[in-house]
Design a protein. Sequence first.
Length: 400
Amino acid sequence: MRVAVVSNLFPPGAKGGAEIFASDLCEELGKRGFTIHVFTSSARESGTRREGSVTVHRFRSTPPALRLTSDFLGYNINPWSRGLVRALQTGRFDLIHIHNINSTVMLLPLLHALRGPVVCHVHDHWPVCYRGTLFDSWNRVPCERLQPTCCFDPAHRLIGRINLKFRSKLVGALESRTSIFIVPSIYMKDTLLKREFTENDKIEVLRLGVNLAAIPKRRDALVPQFVFAGRLVFYKNPRFIIELLARGKLPKNVVFKVLGDGPEISYLRSKAKLVGSNRLQVLGALPRMRVLDEMAHSRGLLVPSIIPENSPLSIYEALACGTPVACTSAGGAKELIQESGGGEVLNLEEGERWDVLLTSLLDDSTFEKYSERALDFAQRGLGIGHVADKVAKIYDCIVR
C-alpha cells in the first residue's frame, strides 16, 4: 500500500511531539511493508531523500512573516505550499494520512489533493480553534470559542471575522473528505463531538506511542531533580516552577531543569539568576536523546498546563522512562496518569499537594511504586509498534 503522510514539519528539523510521533510511526509502518512518502515543509532545504524505511519530500513552503501572513490569510491559505500539494496530487497514493496542517501547509491548497481514503490525526485543537491551543493569547486565559478578539492581533480583527467564516467552510470540507479521524485522548474525542466538528463513528481513539528501544536506562542512584520538557510558552505554565520555589516548602537540594525553547525562556532565565542555578536550570532546546536522558534520571516530570492539552508526548516518554508525572487535570493528560497510576493529577491551586508529592518522590520506595506502574503501563501499550499495528488495521479497513 502506498501511503502519503502530510505533516507541517518533520525531524530532524522539528522537535515537537506530534512530529516526533509521526516520524516514529512512519518508520514503523515502513518496516511493515507500507510504502511511506512524507510531504513536509522545511525552511532550510528542499528535495527528496530516503530516511530509513521512509521517503521524505521537503518543500520550502513556510509563509514569510508567519504571524502577519497568518492574520491576513488565516490558518486557511498558504499559496507557498502549492508545490508540495502538486507533488502530493501526482503521487498516485492509495491513502493520505494527515498529521499537522496548522502552520506551513494549511487547508488551501491541501484540500485539492484530498481524493480517496484520508486519515487525519488530530494532535491539537486546530479543528475547533483557530490557533490550535484554546488559549486567548491577548488576555492570557483559556479560550472556549472562536472569536476575532482571541484569534487575531488587535489591528487585524476585521479581516479576522472574514477569515473565521471562510475557515468554517474549509474545515467542513476537510471533515467531509476525511474517512477517519484518529485522536489520542477521550478528551479530544468529546471536544470534537461537543463542538459538532464530526460524528462519533468517524473518530478512533488511539494513544500515541514511543520507540521503547530508544529509551535510556535509568541510573541506580537518582539525583533530587525534576524536569519540565516542552515549548516554553505561557499556557504550558513553566512559571509554575517559580511559584513552587517561592513557597519555600521543598527541600533545599531539589533542582528543577527546564528543557525547551520559546517566548518564556528569557523570563525563566532571569528568575534563575535570582533563585540560583543550583535550584533552577534553564537548559534551552536539547537533542531528543538528551531530553530522554534527563527524564530517565529525574524524580518526576511536571506538566502544569493552564489549558487543556490533548495528549502531550512528553508524558508518554516519561512513563516509558519510569519517571512519575505530576500534571494538571485539564485535557487528556490526566487520562494517561489515571490509567497508568504512574503519577498524580493535581490542580494548580493546590500548592501544598504539589509540595507533598514532589517531596515524597525523593523517597526511593515511593518513587519506585510510581515508577513500576509507569513502566508496566508503557510496556503494555505505549510502544510505537503497538500503535503501528492498530494504524495498519485502520488503513486496511478504509482501503478496499
